[in-house]
Design a protein around this ligand. Structure first.
Ligand SMILES: C[S@@+](CC[C@H](N)C(=O)[O-])C[C@H]1O[C@@H](n2cnc3c(N)ncnc32)[C@H](O)[C@@H]1O
Length: 265
């Protein structure tokens, strides 16, 4: 039998510890998005992780495809959301032309796209994959979120069958955040794995500009505070939620590409 890889171990822990956040995320989707959509709307869960959100969406009658670049995450997603379809794909490289009524990317997944040009590529892939008038909703960690929760924070989780120790750090000059994770998991014996995850902190203006370059319109931004829930975006917000729309009129991918080239010169 192959040795478990660090990614497999992380997916296992993610599934238990962070995946259940989807039950909070669906309430936010209820507030910001779901009422705009037809009953059997087609969803893409972008960077779907272990698929808990995909499952909640299929339970409500939506048709869901999930993509994630991690094979180990997708393995859990297939188990957690049997009525959704899952594909191992990189958000920077996918294109499912005009397929979806809505694309969502939850739980700071897009902070993992650490190069701004790549993020614009992701937004262009998203807009090309949406039907005209389709919706795009995602959240990102804010600078205040990183300073409050990531700057030299250490926490641990100790259970009978696993121990997870996380050292989170944030460099405000580089706007770069790091999550060093050590996992001990009880198989036949205890096994240790270590991994490092890196995120980039984007400002509200960088994201708005990147969405506009990709061709999105009707951009609204909401703040999220760990204790207060959804609020206006303030300097204290832990997260920001962006909701935007592909234009209803004919969408010219080439025009968006031109805007991108101009911006990128
Ligand atoms: C914090 S998890 C969030 C998972 C899920 N959205 C949720 O709400 O639980 C981030 C996910 O993004 C995925 N990811 C990171 N970079 C990616 C990329 N370039 N393309 C596709 N998935 C990516 C990771 O594999 C991971 O499953």
């Amino acid at each position: 039998m192959p040795e478990p890889s660090a990614q497999d171990e992380f997916a296992w822990v993610y599934n238990k510890i962070w995946g259940p956040y989807a039950s909070q995320a669906i309430q936010i989707l209820d507030e910001l998005l779901l009422k705009q959509l037809p009953p059997r709307a087609r969803f893409l869960d972008l960077c779907c992780g272990t698929g808990q959100l995909s499952n909640l969406l299929t339970n409500r009658g939506y048709q869901v495809t999930g993509i994630d670049s991690s094979e180990a995450m997708i393995r859990f997603a297939r188990r957690n959301a049997p009525d959704a379809m899952f594909v191992i794909q990189d958000a920077r490289q996918f294109c499912h032309p005009e397929s979806y009524d809505a694309i969502v990317s939850i739980y700071d997944s897009l902070n993992f796209i650490t190069i701004k040009e790549d993020l614009i590529d992701v937004f262009q892939n998203v807009i090309s994959s949406l039907k005209p008038g389709g919706w795009f909703l995602f959240d990102l960690n804010t600078e205040s979120g990183y300073l409050d929760h990531w700057e030299d924070g250490i926490f641990d989780i100790v259970e009978d069958d696993h121990v997870c120790v996380v050292h989170a750090s944030y460099d405000p000059e580089e706007r770069s955040a790091q999550f060093d994770v050590t996992i001990f998991r009880l198989h036949d014996v205890w096994r240790r794995s270590d991994l490092t995850l890196v995120q980039r902190c984007y400002s509200k203006n960088q994201i708005t500009e990147s969405l506009e370059i990709a061709g999105f319109e009707d951009i609204t931004i909401h703040g999220y505070h760990d204790e207060k829930g959804l609020t206006e975006l303030t300097p204290e917000s832990d997260r920001m939620y962006f909701v935007s729309r592909k234009p209803l009129r004919e969408f010219h991918y080439e025009n968006a590409k031109m805007r991108y080239m101009k911006w990128n010169r």
